[in-house]
Ligand binder design. Structure first.
Ligand code: PMV
Length: 361
């Protein structure tokens, strides 16, 4: 049996601006995981999951070895990850084999409600990692990340890929997104995913690792209401398809300055990081005010305001509209700000998620 797990993630800065080619963000992978267990199958392939990919996926092959899907959901990330990796396997001349995938998730609550910690990205990355080992493809982490992005580019064309990068590389990262529109166009021309690993559309994109900020603690609160990132990204768009902030360049510049300054603060162990997170919250508030889209819901506002009252720096993680808020506080012992924030969150119906940064892989 092959077992692979991929961590969930949080956004610390750069949301929405990172969707544009060359845009950047700071993310952290967290120690909650999607786990994929792969066992070789005899006469058909199957995906089973109690928590994720609720739609059954089952396939056999015809005499020519082509995969015939018996049941699947066309927008399933699991399906997308399998399809892209099988295409790579085929382009390398390797024979197809059957396998069963068992998928379990720590990124949902007991009733199956998603926390918004990047389960779609994590399941994509974990399935690709399992198949990479099964077929002995020998992919590097960068190639697995690129394959994950190419796999999901049709399922979620507006995603920056930051979640995939965090789930692949772990730890704290600074991510810059590629030109995904160009990748889609070039893919139509070249056909295979492997050829696209060296495509010019990746120029300027990539992941750099940031040091763990030793003097800071990370706190995460869950609002209890799920949000649709796709819908929010669509809603903030102006006629040119970019986040609707006037002037756009100053929004993109402020967002990038937050990302740059946060990376610099982490290099100093975290000194100055709280101020940057305050600014990053305001950048999102400005986007919300200009576009008329509710990013900071009442519950997210309460979550952030409580944290700020106790000396933390807080903001919605990712697209907002629900899901999670993220807080950085200075590291202090028991009875420090974290305890006070968590107590007040509980009194206000906000669930603290007990998690920590996932170490870099
Ligand atoms: O809401 P999340 O955690 O899926 O994050 C979305 C972040 C955006 O920048 C708004 C979109 C993206 O794909 O980067």
């Amino acid at each position: 049996m092959i077992e692979k797990r991929a961590p969930g993630k949080l956004y610390i800065a750069g949301e929405y601006a990172v969707v544009e080619p060359g845009g950047s963000a700071v993310l952290v992978a967290v120690d909650r995981y999607i786990t994929v267990r792969l066992t070789e199958g005899a006469d058909r392939g199957r995906v089973r999951s109690s928590a994720y990919g609720r739609t059954p996926l089952e396939w056999v092959r015809d005499d020519a070895g082509d995969r015939i899907i018996l049941e699947h959901h066309p927008t399933d990330y699991v399906f997308a990850a399998i399809t892209a990796t099988e295409q790579l396997r085929s382009s390398r001349g390797l024979a197809p084999r059957y396998y069963d995938l068992d998928i379990s998730s720590e990124l949902d609550d007991v009733s199956g409600q998603k926390y918004g910690l990047g389960s779609s990205g994590a399941v994509t990355v974990a399935v690709i990692a399992a198949l990479d080992e099964f077929y002995r493809l020998g992919l590097t982490a960068t190639e697995r990340f690129k394959l994950a992005l190419l796999a999901t580019i049709d399922v979620s064309p507006d995603s920056s890929g930051g979640d995939l990068a965090a789930s692949t590389f772990g730890g704290w990262i600074r991510y810059s997104s590629p030109d995904r529109g160009a990748l889609r166009t070039h893919r139509a021309a070249v056909g295979t995913v492997e050829t696209l690993f060296a495509d010019r559309a990746w120029a300027g994109s990539g992941v750099s690792r940031l040091p763990h900020p030793n003097h800071l603690d990370l706190l995460v609160g869950w609002t209890g209401s799920p949000a649709s990132t796709e819908r929010l990204v669509e809603q903030v768009r102006d006629a040119e398809g970019r986040p609707a902030v006037i002037p756009y360049d100053s929004f993109a510049g402020d967002s990038r300055a937050c990302v740059d300054d946060l990376a610099a603060a982490f290099a100093r162990g975290g000194e100055g990081a709280l101020d940057v997170v305050h600014r990053a919250r305001r950048v999102l508030q400005r986007l919300s005010a200009s576009s008329g889209v509710l990013i900071e819901t009442a519950r997210l506002r309460a979550l952030c305001d409580i944290a700020e009252r106790h000396g933390g720096a807080a903001k919605p993680s990712g697209a907002g509209g629900g899901d999670c808020g993220v807080v950085l506080t200075r590291t202090e012992g028991p009875a420090g700000p974290a305890d006070r924030i968590i107590r007040e969150w509980r009194e206000n119906g906000i669930l603290p998620l007990s998690l920590a940064p996932h170490p870099a892989t």
